[in-house]
Write a protein that binds this ligand. Sequence first.
Ligand code: FAD
Length: 408
Amino acid sequence: MDIFDVVVIGGGPAGCMAAIKAGQRKKKVLLLEKNQDIGKKILLTGNRRGNLTNLESLEIFITKYRNGSFLRNGFARFFNSDLIEFFETNGLSLKTERGNRVYPESDNARDIVNVLKRILKKCRVQVYTEKVVTDITYGGEFFVVVTSGKSFAGRKVIIACGGKSFPKTGSNGEGYILAKKTGHKVTKTVPALCGIEVKNENIIRKCRGITLKNVRITASLAGKKIDEEFGEVLFTHYGLSGPAVLNLSGAVSENLERGEIKLSINLKPALSEEKIDARLRRELKANSNKQLKNLLKNILPAGLIAPFLQYAGITGEKQANQCTKEERTRITKSLMDFAFSVSGVRPFSDSMVTRGGVDVTQINPKTMESKVTPGIFFAGEVIDIDGKTGGYNLQAAFTTGYLAGTSV
Ligand SMILES: Cc1cc2nc3c(=O)[nH]c(=O)nc-3n(C[C@H](O)[C@H](O)[C@H](O)COP(=O)(O)OP(=O)(O)OC[C@H]3O[C@@H](n4cnc5c(N)ncnc54)[C@H](O)[C@@H]3O)c2cc1C
């Protein structure tokens, strides 16, 4: 059996970066990937354009993750500017778009994979594809990494198998099994960065396809806020999606079993209750002969008016001059609290990342080495870290891969 200095399991961004860094340090490195090729999930990122990272400051970055402070040491060593430099010096031009998101100039995520492949080759990493790792055992001097066909020995092993979201890309939760087999605690895993299913079918059916911009959406459990986002919300056949909802979904997923979760959309987050009421009074006065449903065109997207009035319990055909103070108050309250009861979240097959994973308290944040089983390292989404949309997850994968690869 060939003995390697380092065996890396998983050819995603975390595993590739770890293998590259170990290879650049002249280690004998083997990268095992179950698919026919590495980087299958990278190809899907950023709508296939590859949102690599984000230009936000370190302090903001940390707030974008669950367990963000675990990444502080890592970001001190390899942050967004380092990742950008890594790709640009290896021939991939990048550009920055809205929300400080960084993409390849080519708008093609495949170019990220191609760069990784080229560097892996340059640093003589042996890449074996179509190898599913099923077990890791300790043989005294080295670990034995068991695959479906053959076993490999490694003095150090880096587990970089990803989470269990989009399992068709290869990351289907096997990393958690390997982590448990090597003595680690895996926290509860739930889908994150996914759509949220709601109960109010009558209203949702009518809202389907509508996108709301610049709204605030708040998730609360038993009246207590669990998370809040500002931005875009999209109504779908099952409930709500869009960037603001994706970013809330981890907190919703995590709390699903704790009780009824309410999602409240504030359709006018820039205005106070008094200001909304004053605006309504002005509209009602200026359009006294108009029906309420027509008057609301000045305030809401056209498609939303009928379901909104249904939600508020107001007859749209009513003339503005017949609208009572109580009805006006109801419209104001509904504009500030267009609310839905959560029935679930989309499955792992539809979620971009997994919340939960290898317990961060068992990993040294400076090296990614296990505190429980020395010689085993972790990198990427297999760890209990998940970020919001905007390039944060790939940056975390590359950073933790960098740390593992430079520490083995
Ligand atoms: C549709 C979609 C869009 C996304 N867009 C973005 C984005 O624009 N920006 C961003 O930052 N993040 C994005 N993400 C999230 C990001 O892709 C992941 O967080 C990131 O790929 C995790 O990297 P990783 O290396 O830890 O795991 P993965 O990329 O999942 O790689 C793990 C690899 O390990 C292999 N593997 C698993 N088990 C075994 C085994 N037993 N034996 C051998 N190999 C194994 C898998 O086949 C896989 O290739 C997106 C995710 C999805 C699904």
